[in-house]
Design a protein around this ligand. Structure first.
Ligand code: ADE
Length: 297
């Protein structure tokens, strides 16, 4: 893995109007750019883009091949099943794009045939403030803390692996971080990249309707790292279950206390591991003790 880049204020010059205004620009490197069409065309991500809060460019790794058949994969050295993504098209795509302003995309007519010059053995220096994240089942497990850290960057590059994996030199010499979205194997990193873009977009100020919403989410600092408790809306009674009376009482302090206790109780039942690192007050601890929970020494 490359040395992680540091956050600096000297964001690289931005090219398009859209990229100039956006808080985060995503450069996504994939063999299947069309996979992003549906999820990125709806709801919060679409609205955040329309409002100039985020921007993205999809880069087809295959466009950066120069052989006649545009081959992006090869058999593994040492044998074994499956195919491995070749390093050159990925390095070429990332180095070409990241050495240009955010918002730059390869003109369609330049794919394969008139790519910008690139030297396989002479890497250009890439902008320091752009993490290059390889999505893979072997990466660090993504959590809200990592999302929060990544939300400090103005530009991120996401590499979506396919086949049995990518040549190890992509992980060791190009990526600055490797992230997994869970202990299961997907057919490629595209869905994981979408998950990351979604989680990051929610943290961009103005992306959600309610300004407190992201802060009060499960796992978020506003809740001290707990799960959220239950929510209810109309009708008051549904399938013989009535919403808790306290929520209709109008006593804000009591409602607040009830919500806190529900969050604590739910976290205890569903994710007791989170309690060990949660921000707990003396009142929280007293409540949890009544439920039989004690912090580990
Ligand atoms: N690619 C394949 N499986 C993955 C996972 N669990 N997380 C991120 N990228 C992946």
């Amino acid at each position: 893995m490359q040395t992680p880049h540091v956050v600096t204020d000297d964001a690289p010059a931005l090219q398009t109007d859209e990229a100039t205004a956006s808080r985060i620009h995503f450069d996504i490197f994939t063999l299947f750019p069309q996979m992003f069409s549906g999820p990125f065309d709806e709801s919060i991500i679409q609205r955040a883009r329309a409002n100039g809060l985020i921007s993205w460019a999809l880069h087809n790794i295959r466009d950066y091949t120069t052989d006649r058949h545009h081959v992006c994969d090869d058999t593994p050295y040492g044998g074994g099943g499956g195919m491995i993504m070749k390093p050159q098209p990925i390095f070429r795509a990332i180095e070409t794009v990241l050495s240009r302003p955010a918002g730059w995309v390869l003109p369609a007519e330049a794919a394969y045939v008139s790519l910008p010059p690139w030297e396989a053995e002479a890497p250009p220096s890439l902008p320091p403030a752009v993490p290059v994240i390889l999505l893979s089942p072997q990466g660090r497990l993504l959590n809200q803390q990592i999302v929060l850290e990544l939300s400090q960057y103005r530009r991120l590059a996401l590499i979506c692996g396919r086949y049995e994996g990518v040549d190890e030199r992509v992980a060791s010499r190009l990526a600055t971080d490797e992230l997994s979205i869970g202990d299961y194997v997907l057919s490629g990193g595209e869905l994981a990249a979408m998950v990351l873009v979604d989680a990051l977009t929610r943290l961009v100020p103005g992306a959600l309707g309610h300004c407190l919403a992201a802060h009060q989410d499960s796992h978020s600092p506003g809740l001290g790292g707990l799960l959220e408790g239950p929510h209810y809306t109309r009708p008051l009674t549904f399938r013989q279950e009535t919403a808790p009376e306290i929520l209709l009482s109008g006593h804000h302090a009591q409602v607040h206390q009830w919500r806190r206790e529900q969050a604590l109780a739910r976290t205890l039942v569903r994710r007791p591991d989170l309690l060990e690192s949660a921000a707990l007050s003396a009142t929280d601890l007293a409540f949890l003790r009544r439920l039989g929970w004690e912090p580990k020494a």
